[in-house]
Design a binder for this molecule. Structure first.
Ligand code: HEC
Length: 135
């Protein structure tokens, strides 16, 4: 009896930490500059080299246009395709993006979501972006 209780508690803890970590972030744009989260999303995009398959303006190359994709993809689908990938279709998994970025305290995959959502909405400019927030 006690053993089952411990197992259930353990599973609940994992579930809870998943819910706490999952956070749908949004972007802010002011006078052509972005908030710190969106800027970090752009830096994550560059360091993960997504552009070699999705294009430097997210327009699509061997991978689909993410400008188009993010209009239809849900947040949960996005997180899943990033962390797990669709390996058989050429999209590698990026499990390291689950890591929390120290400066913002957010998961890298969530920073990417905010940035790419802003690109897809046509609000965040293409290429390098700068933050209006002080570090
Ligand atoms: C080696 C090439 C490659 C790299 C690197 C890559 N992708 Fe992909 N990506 C693909 C391909 C190919 C698909 C299409 C998979 C399919 O047909 O379902 C895809 C699919 C996706 C999708 C789902 C699109 C949809 O409409 O369902 C997202 C979102 C995505 N990639 C984002 C990223 C991000 C962000 C990065 C960087 C962290 C990245 N990809 C890196 C090749 C790549």
């Amino acid at each position: 009896m006690n053993i089952y209780f411990n197992k259930i508690l353990f599973l609940l803890t994992i579930l809870f930490s998943f819910i706490v970590n999952a956070e749908q972030l949004s972007y802010v744009v002011k006078d052509g500059k972005v908030d710190a989260i969106t800027e970090k999303g752009f830096k994550t995009w560059r360091s993960a080299a997504c552009e070699r398959c999705h294009g430097n303006k997210q327009q699509g190359l061997v991978g689909p246009s993410l400008i188009t994709s993010l209009k239809a993809l849900t947040y949960d689908e996005f997180i899943n395709v990033l962390l797990v990938g669709r390996v058989e279709k050429g999209m590698p998994g990026h499990p390291h993006l689950e890591k929390v970025d120290k400066a913002t305290g957010k998961r890298k995959v969530d920073l990417l979501y905010a940035y790419l959502k802003g690109r897809s909405d046509g609000k965040v400019p293409a290429g390098r972006v700068r933050s209006f927030e002080k570090k």
